[in-house]
Design a protein around this ligand. Structure first.
Ligand code: PLP
Length: 451
């Protein structure tokens, strides 16, 4: 009897453009980390970017109160939530939004995907960028035009580069993706940069997908949105996953430009044929979250204050070990560049970001993600470092008691794994450099404590 399924039908089952998508770098690093951990090695986890903070208590309470809600809600989202989300977007972006222009979905990631699916646009994508935009374009049948950026510009898009990319992308619908504050760099665009980019967008008829999921984690509370300068062409996405620590609740929102009625209609149609609506209790709880009242302002202040202090400590330590990185402005990432160590690393046959991360993990237990996973050329010696490996609940409790002080002693006490991991990474990097100049051991890397 013929065996089912035959091998060729298995291969034909998956569309070629889906089969082409590589497994995510995060998964690969996690698997290697787990293997090493099972072998008894200590792993310093800087790979996974999940908020360490709990969901604010007032928001959890709203979820509890609405746990009995079981009805399907309108596809675009609960009316109360869309009104509150519109008010939130108005406060955060400085542009006016109405409830009719807000779509609620199971995470902002899904809403970005629906936009790509509906438009098949060419994405103008800065390198480096968050890992999911380009695979989403591949699945949706869109194209990507990469925009190169430089460390001297904090890895941010310059107007001339945007102009070039817009020309190179040819005709058709084009969407610039901007993510501020940024995953993977931790940098945030300032008003002047966004004003200039808005001019280029206007001149070239570009749409903008402004991913502002980390907006409320701007370390100074100074988030700026390009929607303030280009409201007619900007889609803004955000949600509860980062500032409210509720990634697993799966709630995101998209604000659509005022004239985009037909796009709103098509996105709602796609939503109705796929996820129908976000879980009712979560939508009710999100009404409270987007109001940002009660315990939320202090929660946000303390989260930002700790992330800022820790991010600056990590960046300073890396610079002292010759690893180039600027202080972050928001979120919980850094994008260190090991370029200054290229010669030393070359002696260990490390010539790509993937090799850099593999060696680091195997030799020291420090888990970073390679820059190539974020659209950087394979040969760049960049990596993403997420400094979230600490107990967010303990941090908030402590800062509530000490009035929000975050000095080095507090960091050492509350984020010991981050501190130890960074000292290990710096020690490795110094030892690699010493080996090349000849005063280190010839065939081993010693791990010392940095400062
Ligand atoms: N955008 C960026 C830059 C992210 O880092 C993430 C999550 O890691 C998302 C969007 C997805 O957020 P959500 O949980 O709202 O889908």
């Amino acid at each position: 009897m013929a065996h089912f399924p035959p091998e060729d039908s298995l291969q034909a089952f998956i569309r070629p453009e889906i089969a082409m998508i590589p497994p995510s770098a995060t998964l690969e690093i996690n698997e290697l980390s787990m293997k090493l951990e099972n072998e008894g090695k200590t792993i310093y986890r800087f790979g996974f970017g999940q908020s360490p903070f709990p969901v604010p208590a007032s928001v959890v309470e709203e979820l509890r109160k609405h746990a009995h809600r079981k009805e399907y809600l309108p596809v675009q989202g609960l009316g109360e939530l869309r009104r509150e989300a519109a008010a939130y977007l108005t406060r955060k972006t400085g542009a006016p939004w109405q409830a009719s222009r807000v779509l609620v979905g199971p995470g902002s990631k899904e809403l970005m995907f629906l936009l790509q699916l509906a438009s098949r646009a060419t994405l103008l994508l800065p390198a480096p960028s968050w890992v999911s935009y380009a695979p989403q374009a591949a699945v949706a049948g869109g194209r990507v035009e990469w925009i190169s950026t430089r460390r001297e510009h904090r890895w941010q898009v310059q107007p001339e580069e945007l102009e070039k990319a817009a020309q190179a992308a040819g005709s058709g619908t084009k969407v610039l993706v901007l993510n501020t504050p940024s995953n993977p760099t931790g940098h945030a665009y300032e008003r002047g940069n966004l004003c200039e980019l808005a001019e280029v967008c206007r001149k070239n008829d570009l749409w903008v997908l402004s991913d502002e999921i980390y907006g409320d984690l701007h370390h100074e509370g100074n988030h700026v949105s390009i929607a303030a300068f280009y409201p007619e062409g900007t889609f803004v996405t955000t949600g509860l996953s980062k500032w409210a620590g509720a990634g697993g609740w799966r709630l995101g929102i998209m604000g659509l430009p005022a004239g985009a009625h037909s796009i709103a209609h098509s996105l709602a149609a796609l939503a109705s044929e796929t996820f129908s609506c976000v879980a009712s209790p979560v939508q009710w709880a999100a009404v409270q979250a987007f109001r940002q009242e009660g315990d939320v302002p202090v929660f946000l202040d303390h989260s930002r204050c700790f992330l800022k202090a820790l991010g600056q400590w990590v960046a300073t330590s890396l610079r002292q070990a010759g690893i180039e990185t600027e202080d972050p402005a928001g979120a919980f990432y850094l994008f260190p560049d090991f370029e200054a160590h290229r010669h030393a690393l070359g002696a260990k046959k490390i010539e790509t970001s993937a090799a850099l991360c593999e060696h680091l993990l195997e030799e020291t237990g420090v888990a970073l993600l390679p820059g190539s996973a974020f659209g950087m050329p394979g040969t760049s010696l960049t990596a993403r470092l997420a400094y979230v490996n600490f107990d967010g609940e303990a941090v908030l409790e402590r800062l509530a008691r000490n009035g929000g002080a975050c000095d080095e002693a507090v960091l050492r006490e509350l984020a010991p794994d981050v501190i130890k991991g960074i000292e290990t990474l710096c020690g490795w990097s110094r030892a690699a450099a010493r080996q090349v100049i000849g005063d280190g051991p010839a065939d081993t890397i010693s791990v010392e404590s940095g400062n």
